[in-house]
Design a protein around this ligand. Structure first.
Ligand SMILES: Cc1cc2nc3c(=O)[nH]c(=O)nc-3n(C[C@H](O)[C@H](O)[C@H](O)COP(=O)(O)OP(=O)(O)OC[C@H]3O[C@@H](n4cnc5c(N)ncnc54)[C@H](O)[C@@H]3O)c2cc1C
Length: 594
């Protein structure tokens, strides 16, 4: 229990009572709680202010910053090292995967990870609304499963919340796990669920504490049995951070769970992009930037950042040799034709051949860096910037590796009483979280998830994300596919033989290992006109990944406005959770510590 004064207790208590009375409005009717929140003051279209910004990186953070700054009167230039935009949200078209079409067939979209947009991504959703972009509607509704787990012995466990008032609705979803023993289930109850609720994100001591301890250690410390950790937390963390519960910091768990408990729909409303991320958000953002006069340069890898006094003066791109190959999948530049990604074709080409280019200099009033951890490290730690002391901790901030497997299974004609296809076996479950399989990770059926891309094919297109990549190191694509196929057959014995496979490997996911929060760099650098963007920098805000990218873009936009004394266009940042008075009350009286 936290030590609180009588005054604090009374304040929190009266807040809780007021909250009970207002709960209907707090959880259902307020603007902040709608699927796509509207913030009128964020929708601006200001005339040019004479200021220019160069953004390094054309991923989500660079593109989103570009859109917001153009709306607020800045001249925007984006420098992207690859031939395609999107960064970790990039997708591409593969003309040969599965059963190719005919004539003007553009190919199937392939991407790395089917990205989840949580209901509490309020800032990201507000951006989507302003740009007329939407997510795929969720097909599963109460009393369907909020989440489904799959285990190697064929057990499928659908977790369904109750209709009880939030946060008590969540208890039902966590109780009586099928993969846990009776004893472990008996030892898990409402008192531990209330511990899960007690994290106060504004309490810096709690943030530091949870960053220093793993999910498993924290759970054990409050008496949650290992059987529940294995059944619930390992698959959840595998899906969310690509690390098991003993490697992920407890802060991630609390940020996720805490944000989900405030409202009933926060547990049920998980959504995916409607189609490939390129079609859903990346290309529309690029089109918006072009329509507003922003400039995007491709094959423009920033190699040097030049400074004078306490300002960045210019950035310089890498020279290109003619005849180099750029891999359409990983974006790396090769001197010989890239073997690693050769099987995946982009718009019908196996690779892109670059023409020679001299280094180019880009000057502007402001500079923003929106790249991934390995690239940020390379640029920020160049001796010429003299920042190595400042980034001492960031130097070691880790990334997680993931292997994403796409498998194409033609459907067999259904036979009465036999479960031979995904649908026969799993009905409309579109995503399964897994644990203890030799290879199978979080598994999705893209035939249901990406209707524009895959509808019309009598096939189950299965995506699985292998988090423990060391298990498949050195294997060929076919060997990896056979291992996944074996695990899937453990679940669906009659599955027809897969006919094709595509594999993508990524090693730049911002990891949530123990202590990694303390390794986050600040948005501000030592240079007044140079700021950092992205999902790995600090934000005193309860959010992660794409929502954190959005929050950090807004912080950077507000910083630039403040620096030039521009009053108009200041961005509102929404809380990335639903206010709930009961949760707030509990946070004020209980501590996350055992
Ligand atoms: C497999 C996977 C699954 C994920 N799933 C989810 C999910 O379910 N939900 C969620 O919210 N988030 C998810 N994420 C995280 C999400 O993708 C990221 O938070 C987000 O895309 C980060 O955007 P960014 O712009 O900060 O970085 P990036 O996307 O990495 O973009 C950086 C860009 O900078 C470019 N660049 C790098 N160096 C240079 C240079 N020197 N010069 C010029 N350009 C450069 C890169 O080519 C890239 O285009 C997932 C990520 C991965 C890898």
């Amino acid at each position: 229990m936290k030590k609180i004064s009588r005054k604090q207790f009374l304040l929190a208590g009266s807040g809780a009572l007021a909250g009970l009375a207002a709960i209907k409005y707090a959880t259902r009717d307020r603007d902040i709680n709608v699927e796509y929140p509207e913030v009128k003051e964020n929708a601006v279209n200001l005339s040019k202010n004479g200021q220019s910004v160069t953004i390094i990186g054309g991923g989500l953070s660079g593109l989103m910053a570009g859109c917001e700054l153009l709306d607020r009167g800045f001249h925007v230039t984006i420098l992207e090292k690859n031939a395609t935009l999107g960064g970790r949200l990039r997708s591409w078209r593969d003309k040969d995967f599965g059963s190719p079409g005919k004539g003007d067939w553009k190919g199937h979209n392939i991407e790395h990870g089917t990205h989840i947009v949580f209901p509490f991504y309020r800032n990201f959703r507000e951006f989507l609304r302003r740009h007329g972009l939407t997510l795929r509607n969720r097909t599963v509704n109460y009393p369907g499963a909020a989440i489904s787990f799959a285990y190697p012995n064929g057990i499928i466990d659908d977790r369904t919340a109750s209709k009880a008032i939030a946060p008590f609705h969540a208890e039902a979803a966590l109780k009586d796990m099928k993969y846990a023993s009776k004893e472990d289930n008996d030892n898990f109850g409402i008192h531990q669920i209330m511990k899960l609720l007690s994290f106060d994100p504004s309490n810096e001591e709690e943030v530091r504490y949870l960053d220093s301890i793993s999910v498993k250690e924290w759970m054990n410390s409050v008496g949650i049995p290992d059987g529940i950790v294995k059944a619930f937390m390992d698959p959840l963390m595998d899906m969310a951070t690509f690390l098991p519960a003993d490697k992920t910091h407890a802060l991630y768990l609390h940020r996720m769970i805490g944000s989900m408990f405030g409202a009933w729909q926060d547990l049920y409303g998980v959504q995916f992009f409607q189609d490939s991320t390129n079609d859903s958000i990346i290309q529309p953002m690029a089109d918006y930037i072009a329509a507003k006069g922003g400039k995007i340069f491709f094959d423009a890898e920033v190699e040097h950042i030049n400074t004078k006094n306490n300002k960045v003066t210019e950035v310089v791109t890498k020279p290109l040799k003619s005849g180099q190959y750029i891999c359409p999948v990983c974006g790396e530049v090769h001197d010989v034709m890239p073997e690693r990604c050769r099987r995946c074709s982009y718009s019908g080409k196996n690779f892109i051949v670059r023409s020679a280019a001299e280094p180019a200099n880009f000057r502007s009033d402001h500079f923003l860096l929106g790249v991934d951890i390995p690239s940020a490290r390379e640029l920020l730690l160049k001796p010429s910037l003299n920042l190595s002391e400042r980034y001492e901790k960031f130097k070691d901030r880790p990334t997680s590796s993931i292997v994403v497997v796409y498998l194409w299974y033609p459907r067999k004609p259904s036979v009465k009483g036999e479960k031979i296809n995904w649908e026969d076996h799993f009905g409309d479950r579109e995503c399964l979280m897994t644990t203890d399989f030799p290879y199978l990770g979080t598994t999705l059926n893209l035939t249901y998830l990406k209707p524009e891309t895959f509808a019309g094919y009598d096939a189950d297109i299965i995506e699985t994300q292998i988090a423990k990549v060391e298990r498949v190191e050195g294997m060929t694509d076919e060997q990896i596919a056979d291992k996944i196929d074996e695990d899937l057959r453990n679940l669906i014995p009659g599955l027809p033989k897969y006919i094709d496979v595509r594999i993508m490997k990524w090693d730049n996911f911002s990891a949530f290992t123990i202590g990694s929060e303390a390794q986050c760099p600040e948005m501000d650098t030592a240079y007044d006109n140079f700021h950092l963007l992205g999902d790995f920098i600090t934000a005193k805000h309860n959010c992660f990944l794409m929502e954190k990218v959005t929050v950090n873009v807004r912080r950077a936009v507000n910083k630039l406005l403040e620096q030039i004394n521009q009053q108009e266009g200041k961005m509102k940042i929404l809380p990335s959770e639903t206010p709930n008075f009961l949760v707030n009350f509990w946070r004020s009286v209980e501590s996350v510590k055992a």
